[in-house]
Write a protein that binds this ligand. Structure first.
Ligand code: 5GP
Ligand code: MG
Length: 194
């Protein structure tokens, strides 16, 4: 029997994929569980009007969109950009670009939402910047956490899935800007990544 996802992925993409690591149904189920916990944990901050959800663009685009619609709380959404993987690189090269944080961060309880925790540099950088900008507290929610030796240890409050060391794409994650629209999370074939 062909894999269940065959037929729902464009042919050129399909030939680049080694395997599906996490399918769309598993992602949706896990996001529901994360949302339940977040509602319990963040209600007080939301009620006090100081909750800010901060998606790290662009990888967490779909994750954030699916997650926040399951949070019946009052909060602002303030996206940010931190880039550490320029172009066709698959290795984190340190922070290469970061957006300025707005005034609204002062006194806020910030929930940073990112696609994947790898070296830890992105979240470490954000935590420092957010606290410098006057955030009251900072929590992290990541869809994926890679099993690697981290350059910086990060205490992550909410994790969707722990995954092995591999370069993954789909559900917002890209390689050179491509594959973000794949509905599942997949490992690319070696010849694509180079
Ligand atoms: P870190 O700063 O923790 O090394 O890396 C975090 C960022 O690197 C993520 O937000 C993501 O944008 C990118 N990244 C890390 N691993 C992967 C991966 O396996 N696939 C993709 N597409 N991006 C990754
Ligand atoms: Mg990122």
């Amino acid at each position: 029997m062909p894999p269940f996802w065959l037929g729902s992925i464009p042919a050129p993409m399909l030939s680049d994929i080694d395997r599906i690591l996490i399918d769309r149904d598993a992602i949706a189920d896990r996001i529901e569980q994360l949302a339940e916990r977040l509602v319990l944990d963040l209600s007080a901050e939301a009620d006090e009007g100081r909750l800010v959800v901060m998606p790290v663009m662009t990888g967490s685009l779909f994750f954030t969109a699916d997650l926040v619609r399951l949070l019946p709380l009052t909060f602002r959404i303030q996206p940010t950009t931190v880039k550490s993987y320029p172009g066709k690189s698959t290795q984190s090269q340190g922070i290469v670009e970061s957006a300025l944080l707005p005034e609204t961060i002062k006194g806020a309880s910030v929930l940073v939402v990112d696609d994947i925790l790898d070296s830890g540099r992105t979240l470490d950088h954000l935590q420092t910047s957010l606290l410098q900008a006057g955030a009251k507290d900072v929590r992290f929610c990541v869809l994926l956490r890679k099993d690697v030796r981290r350059a910086v240890e990060i205490d992550c409050d909410y994790v969707g899935f722990d995954i092995p060391e591999a370069f993954v794409v789909g559900y917002g994650l890209d390689f050179d800007g491509l594959y973000r629209n794949l509905p599942d999370i997949a490992v690319l074939r070696k010849h694509v990544v180079g």
